[in-house]
Design a protein around this ligand. Structure first.
Ligand code: CA
Length: 722
C-alpha cells in the first residue's frame, strides 16, 4: 500500500471518529485503542495515548484551558504515592479518564485520572538481584496501550501484557537471554498489532537489538540487531541479517566476544507516514573503542539513528552521530518527528539531541543530515595546560555529515578530560516541540569526565565492563566545590529551522526534567531539586512553580476529564545522576517514595507530609591503613561499587556505606563484599575481589565516613555558636 493510500485510510477512520464523537468527545471514544486512533490523537486531545502523546512524539498538547494568563492559579488536584523509593522516570498514559503509570522495579498502576483513586496495581516481582545489572537505576519510563491491553517492559527482560481493566496478566514473554546482563527500562511502542521493545546493558557486555512482538499473542515477529556478531559465525536468522555484513566492515578485532553494545534502551518511534520505526542506538560495549575495535572504524550502528520497516524490521537508512564511539555517547535519546519548512522547502524531519552535545535535524525519508549544531559552547580542542576539559568535537561537517573530532579526546595514549560526560549534554529526559512557537525545549547540561585507557582490561561476565579508568572523586573540598560550580543545567529553547538557540534558562544544577509544551503557550519542566515550573513558551519567563519532595525528572503530561484540564508529573529519589554524582550536586535530593503530582486550575488539595531519613552519622572506626591501601581501595571502589553506592561511598540509591555498621567489623564487611547480601540484591564479588582488596575498600570507605563525620561535627559546632 502506498503512503498516499495509507494516509487516506487513516483520514477516513479519523473522519468516522470525529463524526461519532462530535457531541461529547470524552465519553463516546471509550473502547479499544488502535493505530488509527493514535495516528489521529489530535482528535482526542483530552487523552495522552502514547509515550510522546502522538506517534510524532512531539509532547505538545492542543489543550489550552491552562494558559499563560491563568497558569498562576494552578493548584494541586491530587497526589498518589508510588510503592517504591527509587527513581521515577515514567511518562503517564491517559486513556478515557484512567491514568496508567509505572514506578521503579517495573510496577504498573492504574489510577482514576480525576481523583487519583487506585484501580489496580501490578507488581512483576522482579528479583532484586537484577538491580546490580542496571547501570542507571531500576527505573521504568512507562507503558504502552493497544486494544484492551497495557504493555510493560520489565527490568529482568520480560515483556508483559496486562488486561487494561483489571491489571491481570494476559501474556508474558522473555525478550532477552536472562543469563546475560540485559535490562529493560524503556517504554514499549505499539502500532498495527506489533509491540516494539529494546533493552539496555551496554556497560556490562551485551549486543543490542530491538524486537517486535504480536500484541495479541506475545509471539516474536521480528528482531533487528544493531551491531554485528562474529562475521565468520552463523547468521542470526533475523531481520538485520542482510545489513550486518556491511556493518561488520566498519569493525576490527573480536568485538563480538565483548558484546559490542548498541542497545536500544529508549527512543523507538513509529513513523506512521512511512510505516517505519526510527530507533536510537546506544554506546559501544565496552565503552573504550581501543579495546572493542582496536584498529578503529565507525562501528555501525553504534550511536546512530536507524530507520527500519515497521512490519518486517528490514533496514531502511541510518545516520551515525558519533562514529567509533568511545565516550558512551548514545543516540538513544528521544526522537521527535515534525514537518518543517527549511530554506523554503517542506522537509519531513526527525530531530534528536543525543548525549554528544549536538542537535541534529535529519530528513526522515533518507536519513540525510539537514543540520547539526552544538547546544553548549565548545571548549578548546587542545588541552592547554594538560588536564583541562576539552570538547570531543569542534563541529559537524555539513558536507560529509561527520564530526570534526579532537584526536586528543580519544584517550588512546593519555588521560583526557572530555565534555560532554557519559551522562550526556542531554539524556533520556524527554524534549518537547511546539508547532505554535516552532521551538524544541531541551533539558541540557554541562558536565565533564576524565578518561583513561584500562591496560589491564579483561571481560568479567556480568560486571561493569567499560575498559576505562576514572579517577575517584577528589577529597579536596576546594576541588569538589570547583567541580560543582562547573556542573550546570539549562532549559534550552532551540529553533530547528534556523538551527540556533532562541533562549535558555539556567537551573540550579544539571540533570533536570523532561518537558511538555501546550497550546496554552506554556512549557512545563521539573528540576533535580524538585521544582516543577511553567514557563512562557515564547520567552522562557517563569509563570508558576511548586516544589516537590524529590527530583522531578520525568516527562510531564496534560489531559482533561469532564472538560477540566490537568497537568501531571512524577517525582522520585534516584536515577543515574543521583547514583553516581549526588555528592557533586548543588542539591541533596531527598530519599523518599516516588509520587504522582496532578494539578488543575483552582486545585486546593494538601500534599501529604514527607518523611526524610537522613540520620546523623556516628563516629567511624579508627584505621591504620596506609595511604597506598586507601588509594587502591578507592580505585576498586570506582570500578566495583560506585555505580550503585554513589561517588565517594555515599549518596547513591542504595545503602550509604559511610553509615554501614559493617564498617566497624572487618569480617562482616568481607562477608558482605565477597559473599553478597542476596535479600537486598547486593551481589557477591567472590572471584573479582580478594579478602585483602575488600579490606582496602573498607579503608577507603572509612576515610570517606571520617570526612562526613568531621563535616557534621563542624556543622553542629557552627550551630551551637549561632
Ligand atoms: Ca550507556
Amino acid at each position: 500500500m502506498s503512503h498516499h493510500v495509507a494516509r487516506w485510510v487513516f483520514a477516513f477512520l479519523a473522519l468516522g471518529l470525529t463524526a461519532c464523537s462530535a457531541e461529547d468527545p470524552e465519553s463516546t471514544l471509550v473502547g479499544a485503542l488502535n493505530t488509527a486512533r493514535i495516528a489521529s490523537a489530535d482528535k482526542e486531545p483530552h487523552n495522552w495515548l502514547t509515550h510522546g502523546r502522538t506517534y510524532s512524539e512531539q509532547r505538545y498538547s492542543p489543550l489550552a484551558q491552562i494558559k499563560t494568563d491563568n497558569v498562576r492559579k494552578l493548584g494541586l488536584a491530587w497526589t498518589y504515592e508510588l510503592r517504591t523509593p527509587r527513581g521515577a522516570s515514567a511518562t503517564p498514559i491517559v486513556l478515557d479518564g484512567v491514568m496508567y503509570v509505572t514506578s521503579s522495579w517495573s510496577l504498573v498502576y492504574a489510577l482514576d485520572a480525576a481523583t487519583g483513586a487506585q484501580k489496580w496495581l501490578y507488581d512483576p516481582k522482579v528479583d532484586r538481584a537484577n538491580g546490580s545489572k542496571a547501570c542507571c537505576d531500576v527505573v521504568n519510563r512507562g507503558v504502552a496501550i493497544y486494544g484492551n491491553k497495557v504493555f510493560v517492559g520489565v527490568l529482568d527482560g520480560r515483556l508483559v501484557a496486562l488486561d487494561a481493566k483489571t491489571g491481570a496478566v494476559v501474556w508474558e514473554t522473555v525478550t532477552v537471554d536472562q543469563s546475560l546482563p540485559y535490562t529493560i527500562t524503556g517504554a514499549p511502542r505499539v502500532a498495527n498489532g506489533l509491540v516494539y521493545i529494546g533493552n539496555g546493558g551496554a556497560e556490562y557486555g551485551v549486543r543490542g537489538y530491538v524486537s517486535a512482538y504480536e500484541a495479541e499473542t506475545g509471539k516474536l515477529r521480528w528482531r533487528f540487531y544493531t551491531v554485528p556478531g562474529n562475521p565468520a559465525g552463523r547468521r542470526d536468522g533475523v531481520a538485520s541479517d542482510n545489513v550486518m555484513p556491511k556493518a561488520a566492515e566498519t569493525w576490527t578485532g573480536e568485538w563480538w566476544k565483548l558484546g559490542g553494545g548498541g542497545t536500544v534502551w529508549d527512543a523507538i518511534v513509529y513513523d506512521d507516514e512511512f510505516d517505519q520505526l526510527i530507533i536510537g542506538v546506544g554506546n559501544g560495549s565496552p565503552w573504550n573503542q581501543k579495546i572493542r575495535s582496536p584498529k578503529g572504524g565507525d562501528n555501525l550502528f553504534l550511536s546512530s539513528v536507524v530507520a527500519l520497516d515497521a512490519k518486517t524490521g528490514v533496514y531502511k537508512w541510518h545516520y551515525q552521530t558519533t562514529p567509533g564511539d568511545t565516550w558512551d555517547y548514545t543516540a538513544t535519546q528521544p526522537i521527535v518527528l515534525a514537518d518543517l519548512t527549511i530554506g523554503g522547502q517542506q522537509r519531513k524531519v526527525a530531530m534528536q539531541a543525543p548525549k554528544n552535545g549536538f542537535f541534529y535535524v535529519l530528513d526522515r525519508t533518507t536519513g540525510e543530515l539537514i543540520s547539526a549544531r552544538p547546544l553548549l559552547p565548545l571548549y578548546p580542542t587542545r588541552s592547554t595546560p594538560p588536564g583541562m576539559p576539552l570538547s570531543w568535537a569542534s563541529g559537524v561537517d555539513p558536507k560529509t555529515g561527520r564530526p570534526i573530532e579532537n584526536p586528543e579526546a580519544r584517550y588512546r595514549t593519555a588521560t583526557a578530560v572530555v565534555r560532554p560526560s557519559p551522562l550526556g549534554a542531554h539524556n533520556w529526559h524527554p524534549m518537547a516541540f511546539s508547532p505554535q512557537t516552532g521551538l524544541v525545549y531541551i533539558p541540557v547540561q554541562e558536565l565533564a569526565l576524565d578518561w583513561t585507557n584500562d591496560p589491564t582490561f579483561t571481560l568479567r561476565p556480568g560486571r561493569w565492563n567499560t575498559g576505562t579508568v576514572h579517577a575517584p572523586l577528589p577529597d579536596d573540598p576546594a576541588v569538589r566545590a570547583a567541580i560543582k560550580k562547573s556542573s550546570k543545567g539549562y532549559l534550552v529553547a532551540w529553533d530547528p529551522v534556523k538551527a540556533r538557540e532562541a533562549w535558555r534558562v539556567e537551573h540550579k544544577g544539571p540533570w533536570n526534567g523532561g518537558t511538555l509544551a501546550t497550546a496554552g503557550g506554556i512549557v512545563f519542566e521539573g528540576t533535580l531539586d524538585g521544582r516543577f515550573v511553567a514557563l512562557d513558551a515564547h520567552t522562557g519567563r517563569e509563570l508558576w512553580s511548586v516544589v516537590h519532595p524529590a527530583s522531578t525528572l520525568a516527562g510531564p503530561v496534560t489531559y482533561s476529564v469532564n472538560g477540566e484540564q490537568y497537568v501531571a508529573v512524577l517525582s522520585g529519589y534516584g536515577s543515574v545522576y543521583v547514583l553516581v554524582s549526588s555528592l557533586l550536586s548543588p542539591i541533596q535530593p531527598a530519599r523518599v517514595n516516588g509520587r504522582v503530582h496532578v494539578y488543575k486550575i483552582g486545585g486546593a488539595a494538601t500534599p501529604p507530609p514527607v518523611a526524610r531519613d537522613f540520620s546523623p552519622i556516628s563516629a567511624p572506626p579508627e584505621t591504620n591503613a596506609s595511604p597506598q591501601d586507601i588509594a587502591r581501595g578507592a580505585a576498586l571502589y570506582v570500578r566495583f561499587c560506585l555505580m550503585c553506592h554513589g561517588a565517594a561511598a555515599g549518596g547513591g540509591a542504595v545503602a550509604d556505606l559511610r553509615r554501614s555498621a559493617k564498617l566497624h567489623d572487618a569480617s562482616a564487611w568481607r562477608q558482605a563484599v565477597v559473599g553478597g547480601i542476596t535479600t537486598v540484591g547486593m551481589p557477591g564479588f567472590a572471584g573479582d575481589l580478594s579478602d585483602e582488596e575488600a579490606e582496602w575498600i573498607r579503608a577507603y570507605v572509612t576515610r570517606q565516613a571520617a570526612a562526613l563525620y568531621a563535616a557534621q561535627q563542624a556543622e553542629s559546632r557552627r550551630g551551637k555558636d549561632r
